[in-house]
Design a protein around this ligand. Sequence first.
Ligand code: AMP
Ligand code: ZN
Length: 120
Amino acid sequence: MDCIFCKICNGDIPSYTLYEDDKIKVFLDINPISNGHTLIIPKNHSVDLDDTSLDTINYTLAKAKDIKKLLEKKLNPIGIRLVQNNGTLEEVKHFHLHLIPFYNDNNKMNVEDVYKILNN
Ligand code: AMP
Ligand code: ZN
């Protein structure tokens, strides 16, 4: 299947990975809305909310709680938005959650520098 997120899960396409286990992968969005914009994806391909099991949704959401704390601790945002797109709003047709931090001062850094901060 020609799915860019499946390729990221397989390691065929590199990513700034923050966390990985046998079920999910967490990595920085390559075209971020803000510093620390993170994607949480199940490794098992499903398309959208309708197509994804509650078990899988729960598991990805549980990790979103952890990663939210990490982003808060390292990047000090004023708030963090949790987003999941469906239909034409979903650009990549592989189920994923976005965590999008917001700041008073939206000085965008390059993704590699944000990655370094998050891994320190
Ligand atoms: P959505 O509109 O919810 O499908 O969002 C898909 C997101 O995936 C966008 O924010 C893209 O910037 C992001 N994205 C696309 N390709 C990559 C990639 N190779 N690595 C990291 N993020 C990506
Ligand atoms: Zn996929």
